[in-house]
Design a protein around this ligand. Structure first.
Ligand SMILES: [Zn+2]
Ligand SMILES: [Zn+2]
Length: 333
């Protein structure tokens, strides 16, 4: 019996050591990675931070349209600066940064480029434009904007492992809208009660007056036919889905744009001279309500809580869990 244990012990020790080495290599992702990790540096000798690039088109559709390759995180600062008042609380700016990064990245993946036309993609301010807009408050606002991007670096909203088109708007007026109810297609996130707007009494009520002759001309009906103008359907959140008049019909969004109304949550009163249109909130109402986010942040909510209000059913995920870092484009500055 004794001769067996003599060779069994070293053999078991060798097997255990081999198993430990295999586990170590698997954990560190291979021999090269193992040594890189062991010496805490990458082959170039620099700390490796994944960098993602966007192709950003300026003045899209214009004659002097130009395009640049820009680091995603740098673009996010410019998007947030253009899309949300920089005076807002840092947590609201951080929520906006995640929404803007998600929206831009999703659009970039789908279309290969993002433009700085807010009606199509996102408004954008480069550093020179930010200096001009913020004036003497530039340093203060720039610090806040950079912190908003850096504190959420790489984070996007996802659903089923896919980036979500994270829409946002100026003010919902108390109730956001689902994307499906607004434009059809996938909903991604449901309509939500906007606590802040409700606390603030459903802010942002606007009115505009249209004399009958002008309204009839704009709608391409006769003044007499205006008596037939009616709302043919509303969405669950109370926004206008369809308006009809005589043989004409418009979606709520088209009608809103035709008359320059601030939102598709509108109603009207007819007088002898014309029509008074009243709107609640401004923008399409889908996704993050900027005024609501600003109000929630002022009350102490942090950015994950704010995003949870407006993008229920979505998760926050780092880009590097879904995408390989994009190589630096040749024509990048
Ligand atoms: Zn665009
Ligand atoms: Zn709101």
């Amino acid at each position: 019996m004794r001769y067996k244990t003599v060779w069994l012990r070293p053999l078991l020790s060798a097997l255990a050591a081999l198993l430990l080495l295999m586990l170590l290599f698997q954990h560190f992702g291979g021999l090269t990675d193992f040594f890189n990790n062991f010496f805490d540096k990458d082959p170039d000798g620099e700390a490796e931070t994944p960098v993602y690039w966007l192709q950003l088109v300026h003045n899209s559709g214009g004659e002097d349209a130009t395009s640049e390759n820009i680091e995603l995180e740098e673009a996010v600062i410019g998007f947030v600066a253009a899309e949300m008042p920089a005076a807002y609380d840092e947590q609201a700016l951080a929520a906006q940064a995640v929404a803007a990064r998600s929206y831009a990245w999703q659009k970039y993946q789908a279309e290969g480029e993002v433009c700085d036309n807010s009606a199509h993609c996102l408004a954008y301010l480069d550093e020179a434009a930010r200096r001009e807009r913020f004036g003497s408050a530039f340093n203060e606002y720039e610090t806040k904007l950079r912190a908003a991007a850096e504190n959420t670096a790489g984070l996007i909203l996802v659903q089923d492992g896919q980036p979500v088109p994270a829409y946002f708007h100026a003010c919902c007026g108390g109730q956001t809208e689902s994307a499906a109810a607004c434009w059809g297609g996938t909903s991604y996130y449901p309509a939500a009660a906007c606590y802040w707007d409700n606390l603030a009494g459903g802010s942002a009520i606007n009115s505009s007056f249209w004399p009958k002759e002008q309204l009839a001309e704009r709608l391409q009906v006769t003044p007499a036919q205006l008596a037939l103008l009616y709302i043919a359907g509303t969405t669950p959140s109370g926004r206008v889905k369809e308006v009809r008049c005589a043989s004409q019909s418009w979606s709520g969004n088209d009608f809103r744009q035709l008359l320059g109304l601030s939102s598709n949550r509108f109603s009207w009163l007819e007088s002898k001279e014309g029509f008074w249109f009243t709107t609640l909130g401004s923008g399409h109402g889908v996704g993050l309500c900027q005024q609501g986010a600003g109000g929630l942040a002022a009350q102490g909510y942090d950015w994950p809580q704010i995003l949870a209000v407006y993008y229920a059913g979505c998760d926050v995920c780092n880009l590097n869990e879904l995408y390989e870092p994009t190589p630096r484009p040749d024509n990048a500055e």
